[in-house]
Design a protein around this ligand. Structure first.
Ligand code: NAP
Length: 258
């Protein structure tokens, strides 16, 4: 069967470990024939991500803290030095203080609110600005969102507000970059047990609830999120932009359940 991303190059930000959604996406992009560049936040993850990169045959693995302008500048130069043109970017990054994911939302501090917005939402804008000039033949930018952007999910709090900003940024970026043939979409993934998700209080109850209520009566598999990201980066997704695609076993459609 033809590989859906053959001849394409992809930059994937947000691999921390083997459970990261970004890692599942990197594996799927390699399976579909893409050349892949991975980034990690800082020295703590360097060795682990370099090993994962070697396992899947990544073209380059390098550090990028998206809250640092110098890192974003270096990102652009590193990608430019590795591939002739960039076709896909995956932004799989979020952060909020743990205490803001457990106490009532009304208690969110100014500092905690701004931190979540900077790392989880503004970074998409900054990454798009740094990489769009490298997408000389058009391309795809995909970010990862969650239902808490539009619905109240207990304990998701400040991150829900950041995801609302992220989804709005997706639409504004799609409008700006569409004339250059660059599509910008979000995947709203169902809950998956990752390092970030473990920071949310009572996360295992969320997993249990989704498995009971969602139309498919189970939780989302990271590989399903990754395959949707393949579709969006591939030519099959060529008419899709400014969209939020739910990959959540249908949970978002449910109201009251018995
Ligand atoms: P993850 O493995 O912990 O990935 C989050 C990534 O963000 C980590 O690689 C983390 O690096 C990185 N990051 C945080 N601050 C950063 C910074 N300043 N610069 C660069 N990277 C930074 O967890 P994940 O669940 O796969 O999360 C990936 C994305 O999916 C997030 O946007 C998340 O909100 C979204 N999502 C997750 C779920 C879920 O249930 N898991 C559902 C829907 C959407 P460090 O580990 O080094 O800090």
């Amino acid at each position: 069967m033809a590989q859906l991303l053959a001849g394409k190059s992809a930059l994937i930000l947000g691999v921390a470990n083997k459970w990261s959604l970004a890692y599942a996406i990197a594996q799927a992009y390699r399976r579909e024939g893409a050349r892949v560049l991975l980034t990690y936040q800082g020295d703590r993850q360097r060795q682990a991500v370099e090993e994962m990169g070697a396992e899947i045959g990544a073209e380059n693995v390098f550090a990028c803290d998206v809250s640092q302008d110098a890192d974003l500048e270096r990102l652009r130069e590193t990608v430019r030095g590795t591939v002739a043109s960039l076709d896909a970017v995956v932004h799989s990054i979020a952060f909020a203080n743990r205490e803001d994911l457990s106490r009532p939302f009304v208690e969110t501090s100014r500092e905690g609110y701004l931190l979540a917005q900077e790392v989880s939402a503004y970074s998409l804008v900054a990454v798009a600005r740094a990489t769009a000039p490298l997408m000389t033949r058009g391309g795809s930018i995909v970010t990862l969102s969650y239902l808490g952007a539009t619905r109240v999910v207990e304990n998701y709090n400040v991150m829900g507000v950041a995801k609302a900003a992220l989804e709005a940024a997706t639409r504004y970026l799609a409008a700006d970059l569409g004339p250059a043939g660059i599509r910008v979409n979000a995947i709203s993934a169902g809950p998956v047990k990752t390092a970030s998700a473990r920071g949310i209080r009572d996360f295992s109850k969320v997993l249990d609830g989704v498995a009971k209520i969602s139309p498919l009566r189970r939780n989302t598999d990271p590989a399903e999120v990754a395959d949707a990201a393949v579709f969006l980066a591939s030519d099959l997704g060529r008419g899709v932009t400014a969209n939020v695609l739910f990959v959540d076993c249908g949970f978002q459609a449910m109201g009251l359940a018995h």
